[in-house]
Write a protein that binds this ligand. Structure first.
Ligand code: K7E
Ligand code: CUA
Ligand code: CA
Length: 637
């Protein structure tokens, strides 16, 4: 499926447009879009060139200048979230979430382990979909939520400190994939798709997926409490999801309506479906206690499957072709768009028709389809510019296609109109794409990121494992213009862009921040004020070492313990100067952590080896940073 290197695919010099882009309705393009009534609305070479020139924005961010947008990138199966400035594409920060991080001590410190909970035993994660919390359909800058497909988790990041503060494992499920947030009236719920169909109970007695007791669940998570509020059993499986701008509906794609176990089986049906959820109706049923539970879990479970051809009160199934993948709500609030993947089409579901669908006033669920434009091969995801245009990735064609939604609807209704605006080659095999503010009412059509799965020849070779290629495209004008190639480490499935004014992180920590409140509470019980005291508390074979740190020294530079003691080191950084972070590393003990200004951090280990053990500050904090050291003296048992 990957591109052979083909000179025809190279952008035409000075325009960023490919040969295919110039030709628009070339033979290949026409074959794909011909049946949808594409005319010959191809711009002349001169007008393309002029349009490209007009579309150019100054994307260079000079040294010392700040980006206009802040982007959050999923780290994929690397497990973290990365923060980038847009348009510079400079990586600004990394936020460890489902991974273990040597610099900050994520997965090593007591604070991070408490947040990871039972799942701290896992050393890996596979995150795909970062989404920023919203109020009234606009980013409110409070949280980012992100899924972990590998270990069936959902995590939350506090944007004021850019740290993960909650992580939960979703019960009764395998593999959380699609994740989106309620947009309106605010992000009360996180919607999370469990992708894989499993037996219930999954106790080794049932393995036939066709059995009625094999299914998967749509998860509705209380965003503030970070608890699963309820789950809805569905037919088929679940891939991607999104919510609407009324607050009532959410929708998800299903590619395995066949409940198959193999590739051939999963491609058997010409149509799978989009399942639409009536969240209000489901909430009502839960409130009225009309639910069941599964196994040991107390989470309310509703059955959203069709029974004997009859719909449940909470769900409707809209057939769409074929193994659909991305599900995107248009920023004008009008459509759920399902991306056809094995079909060259996307299906536009008219959200205004959904109340009638649930009221059984439509003859056929397909009556909600406003249009099904043909775009090209392998449509995966769609984004929006707020000017009525949509942009869809074509995985197999290695292109981003810009198309007009109103024209697509007119063409679907029989008018002769070309809804395709432009096809731009990207490099190569794009999955997600994301335009600035596109998941909100504020979609501003300035920048678009195409997250390409293959980079092939675009960068210096670095061995058999290649970076991904996240390409920055200027969409502010009439014509898309590729302006930057951004290599990224495995594997950003998705990213999200907010305006810099929408995210306001703190510059130093607040004292007693909830992130480490458990640790300061422990100190209090020990009679220690972490903001002034340097004290060693012995409690049987447990030793708690409380020390302050001010550049360039630790408050305690020598402490004595006995071999076999369980040692907890608590460090509080008393520096109040922005950017003066310290670290604490106990040599040869697998201990490392970050302590930023006014932060308290702690780590627990066993002092197994008698002798002298140096500890040091790992963050270059001062001219005398190398001298910021101490010794743990371990007496033999
Ligand atoms: Cu990679 Cu959103 Cu997990 Cu599509 S998903 S590409
Ligand atoms: Cu403190 Cu280096
Ligand atoms: Ca299928």
């Amino acid at each position: 499926m990957t591109h052979e290197k083909d000179p025809q695919q190279k952008p035409v010099e000075n325009t960023g447009l490919s040969r295919r882009g110039f030709l628009g309705a070339s033979a290949a393009g026409a074959a794909l879009v011909g049946t949808a009534g594409i005319g010959s609305a191809v711009m002349s070479r001169e007008s393309w060139a002029a349009a490209v020139k007009n579309a150019q924005q100054n994307y260079h961010v000079a040294p010392g200048e700040l980006d206009e947008y802040i982007g959050f990138w999923s780290g994929g199966h690397q497990g973290e979230v990365r923060v980038l400035g847009i348009p510079s594409m400079r990586e600004l920060m990394r936020i460890p979430v489902f991974n273990i991080d040597s610099a900050t001590g994520w997965g090593i410190t007591n604070e991070s382990k408490a947040i990871m909970g039972d799942s701290a035993k896992f050393l890996n994660g596979d995150c795909h979909h970062p989404h920023i919390s919203m109020t009234d359909g606009r980013y409110d800058g409070k949280y980012i939520f992100i899924n972990d497909k590998a270990n069936t988790r959902v995590a939350r990041i506090r944007l004021d400190i850019m740290k993960c503060d909650k992580m939960i494992t979703i019960p009764n499920c395998q593999a959380i994939h699609g994740l989106r947030l309620q947009k309106v009236p605010y992000t009360k719920y996180v919607f999370a798709n469990a992708e894989f169909i499993i037996p219930h109970p999954n106790d080794g007695k049932l393995f036939d997926l066709q059995d009625d007791n094999c299914y998967t669940l749509y998860n509705i998570i209380d965003a503030e409490a970070m608890e699963v509020a309820f789950q809805i059993i569905v037919d088929g499986n679940l891939d991607n999801t999104d919510a609407d701008y009324t607050g009532r509906f959410a929708a998800a794609t299903c590619y395995n309506s066949e409940k198959a176990t193999d590739l051939g089986g999963m491609m058997r049906n010409e149509r799978d479906w989009v399942v639409v959820f009536d969240i209000e109706a489901a909430e009502k049923a839960v409130k009225a206690k009309k639910f069941t539970t599964l196994g040991n879990s107390k989470v309310p479970v509703l059955d959203g499957r069709k029974r004997n051809g009859k719909d449940s009160p909470f769900t409707r199934y809209i057939p769409v072709p074929k193994n659909p993948h991305g599900l995107n709500t248009s920023s004008d609030g009008k459509y759920f768009i399902a991306n056809g993947k094995l079909s060259p089409t996307v299906s536009m579901i008219e959200i205004a028709k959904l109340p009638d669908l649930f009221a059984n006033k439509l003859k056929d669920p397909r009556d909600t389809i406003a249009a099904e434009p043909e775009l090209g091969l392998g449509p995966l995801h769609t984004t929006f510019d707020g000017r009525g245009n949509a942009y869809t990735t074509l995985f197999i064609d290695s292109q981003v296609v810009k198309w007009n939604m109103a024209d697509a609807v007119r063409a679907y209704n029989g008018e002769k109109v070309n809804y395709i605006r432009q096809k731009l080659d990207v490099h190569y095999q794009p999955g997600h794409l994301h335009a600035s503010l596109c998941e909100t009412r504020d979609a501003d059509g300035k920048w678009l990121i195409a997250l390409c799965k293959f980079s092939k020849d675009r960068f210096l070779p670095v061995g058999p494992l290649h970076p991904e290629n996240d390409q920055l495209i200027d969409i502010s004008g009439d014509v898309m213009k590729l302006v930057h190639d951004g290599p990224t480490y495995a594997e950003p499935h998705d990213c999200i862009l907010a305006h810099r004014s929408q995210v306001k992180p703190k510059k130093i920590w607040s004292r007693n921040d909830p992130f480490f409140a458990g640790t300061t509470a422990m100190a209090k019980k020990d009679g220690v004020d972490v903001y002034s005291d340097n004290k060693i508390i012995r409690d049987g074979n447990k030793v708690r070492v409380y020390m302050t740190s001010v550049a360039p020294s630790f408050g305690i530079t020598e402490f004595k313990v006995k071999q076999g003691d369980e040692v907890t080191v608590v460090v509080t950084n008393l520096d109040q100067i922005e950017d003066v972070s310290h670290g604490f590393v106990m040599v040869n003990h697998g201990v490392s952590m970050e302590i930023s200004p006014q932060q308290t951090a702690s780590v627990t280990f066993v002092a197994n080896d008698p002798g002298l053990h140096w500890y040091y500050c790992s963050w270059f904090c001062h001219a005398l940073h190398m001298e910021m050291v101490g010794r743990m003296l371990v007496e033999p048992a």
